[in-house]
Write a protein that binds this ligand. Sequence first.
Ligand SMILES: O=C(O)c1ccccc1NCC(=O)[C@H](O)[C@H](O)COP(=O)(O)O
Length: 260
Amino acid sequence: MNILDKIVLRKKEEIAAAKALVSIPDLENSVHFNRTPYVFKEFLLADDRTGIIAEFKRRSPSKGLINGIADVAEVTQAYNAAGASALSVLTDVDFFGGKTDDILAARAANNIPILRKDFMIDEYQILEAKAWGADIILLIASILTPQQINDFGKFAKNLGLNVLLEVHNLEELERSISPNLDAIGVNNRNLGDFTVDIQTSFDLVNKIPDEFLKISESAISNPQTIKDLKAAGFNGFLIGENFMKTDNPGTAIKEFVAQI
Ligand SMILES: O=C(O)c1ccccc1NCC(=O)[C@H](O)[C@H](O)COP(=O)(O)O
């Protein structure tokens, strides 16, 4: 069984446990549920923002422990102050060391969009994202059918959330495009074998219809790469490990931004 299959299998158990603990009416009555989410596009294209979606990531299947001590409010505030257009907060517990409280803490500390970064396979998770104060959800093409992408996208849009679709190749892109999406991200990491190649983004950028925001995801560590991706047509750049692996992710993003 590959890692994605393992993640999805465990995710089903995680969702069943969450449903038993917190009902849908409880989610709908939570403090953030009725707030109007930020519009992702406005922050991604703003002149005073960098296009960087800065990720809070403690660990990953490919790298193991990345940062066991960083404080989510402190780091995300520093990302925001450095000009991040949005924050990505991993909420997967077992494989990425995420917590529900991470989104709540990031929400309380910041006034820019937050992506709930997780493996979304059930509408319940979209309701959770809204209840926790997220603005954007991720739909990963390799674990969803085109019908699920369309339906989950519609469900999220009806809640006012922004929707980011993640693809890794042309076949996933072509079968997954739906009107219920705001942005399409090209993941430079192959989630099956963890190999990374920025060329994946350059190969796919012109295949993404211009009505969608274009995001390059993963394995970005060089400021020159941002310049090259921008020139190729990308609007956004999802970066996690490059900042989180340092002793001070806030300083790392500041120094990175000074060079783009
Ligand atoms: O990062 C992993 O090892 C990973 C493994 C399996 C599924 C997803 C994975 N990562 C999720 C991501 O998309 C990245 O956290 C995100 O794009 C940031 O990437 P990076 O800048 O390389 O940390």
